[in-house]
Design a protein around this ligand. Structure first.
Ligand SMILES: *Cc1c(COP(=O)(O)O)cnc(C)c1O
Length: 366
């Protein structure tokens, strides 16, 4: 649609970021799987990751994985959300590996694999402190023993997730525990584990600081490759591009208005009671984009003198008083994206996608 918000994607920067991450990890004997859930697995971006030398792909949603297979991606794919008991057939059919923590689900995966004549690979998730998915450390050995009798299931490794629910940072300590547990499983069950999967973007800092314990040989990276940021460690990764994505939206009103509304304040469109600071009359712009299009908390104007005042479902209100650039009706305001912003716009049918790099600019509605 003419004038719709546009998500502009620089594919060359994604490829560059991927190759940088891959190179640094490979030097330490660590493989990198590219996590595609942050952008709804838009296939052009997946291809840019593949061009950067990724060792495999991973997503948390089966819908995205099925689509990747239908688009012809033949790379190994890992399912990154522990499978639903009701969906094990699809998981075995479309993925090579899934992460798991529940014996009932693993048993169902084994039955599905038997029916399909396949072997399904499993990474057993261990909770080293973040308290999202995973078996507690003291239960790992027992759990592993319980499913080695399933012929159609291959335990290929242990993994852990951090920085998601509890905000726990990866460290040589908690990753060391994971490696130790891996050794214990190998000894106890007399098998060799292929993979010790040591987390996502937040583990890259340990790689930079040479603090990843020997034995960790896989990372699952999304945010770093896409945005060059590491939210858990609250940093920009200095050796990556931070501007592979921009969001642009059209200005539909520019006026000077008081900074405090007049009348009796009730609730805003989302049921909250708004509060205002009186800064006098300020120049402000409305752009044609709102909470239905994007998580407003996950975007920031590229011009740092602009300030987002608030939004309703279809209108975003920006203070432009301090800007040195002229903002006018019909013009465009550009935003950079955080992970939550990217997550929301990538799947919005109201936001057009514009690809730069590789084979020149092309638009696509995903
Ligand atoms: C989302 C996710 C990742 C990727 O995390 P990033 O911080 O985006 O690199 C890795 N592992 C699991 C299990 C995930 O759910």
């Amino acid at each position: 649609m003419q004038g719709s918000p546009i998500l502009e994607i620089d594919l060359d920067k994604i490829t560059f970021n991927t190759s940088q991450v891959v190179e640094r990890c490979h030097r330490k004997g660590i493989e990198v799987i590219g996590v595609t859930k942050g952008f709804s697995a838009i296939h052009q971006i997946v291809s840019a990751m593949v061009a950067g030398g990724i060792d495999g792909l991973a997503d948390s949603r089966m819908e995205n994985i099925v689509e990747l297979r239908e688009k012809g991606f033949t790379q190994p794919i890992t399912l990154l959300r522990i499978p639903r008991l009701s969906n094990v057939m699809k998981v075995v059919q479309y993925t090579d590996t899934s992460i798991n923590s529940e014996i009932s689900v693993i048993k169902a995966l084994a039955q599905a694999a038997k029916q399909l004549g396949k072997i399904h690979r499993i990474i057993l998730m261990v909770d080293v402190g973040d308290l999202r998915e995973g078996v507690l450390q003291e239960n790992v050995l027992d759990m592993a023993k319980r499913f080695t009798s399933f012929k159609e299931i291959k335990l290929i490794g242990l993994g852990t997730n951090m920085g998601c629910f509890g905000g726990i940072l990866p460290s040589s300590n908690n990753l060391g525990v994971l490696v130790e547990l891996g050794r214990a499983v190998e000894n106890e069950l007399n098998l060799k584990l292929e993979i010790i999967s040591g987390g996502g973007t937040s583990t890259l800092l340990l790689i930079e600081n040479e603090q990843v314990p020997a034995g960790v040989n896989q990372l699952r990276i999304g945010e770093g490759i896409l945005l060059g940021t590491d939210t858990t460690n609250n940093r920009k990764i200095p050796w990556l591009h931070h501007d592979a994505f921009h969001l642009r939206a059209e200005v539909i009103e520019v006026k000077s208005k008081p900074s405090v509304p007049t009348g009796i304040i009730g609730r805003d469109a989302f049921g909250n009671i708004p509060e205002f600071e009186d800064l006098g009359v300020r120049k402000r712009a409305i752009v044609s984009m709102g909470k239905q299009d994007v998580n407003i908390k996950g975007i920031h104007p590229v011009d740092e003198s602009l300030k987002i005042m608030g939004a309703s479902s279809d209108h975003l209100i920006i203070d432009i008083e301090d800007s040195e650039h002229e903002v006018k009706v019909g013009g465009v305001i550009a935003f950079s994206l955080a992970y939550s912003g990217l997550l929301s716009v990538s799947d919005s049918r109201y936001v057009r996608k514009l690809f730069k790099g590789n084979c020149g600019p092309t638009t696509n509605t995903t």
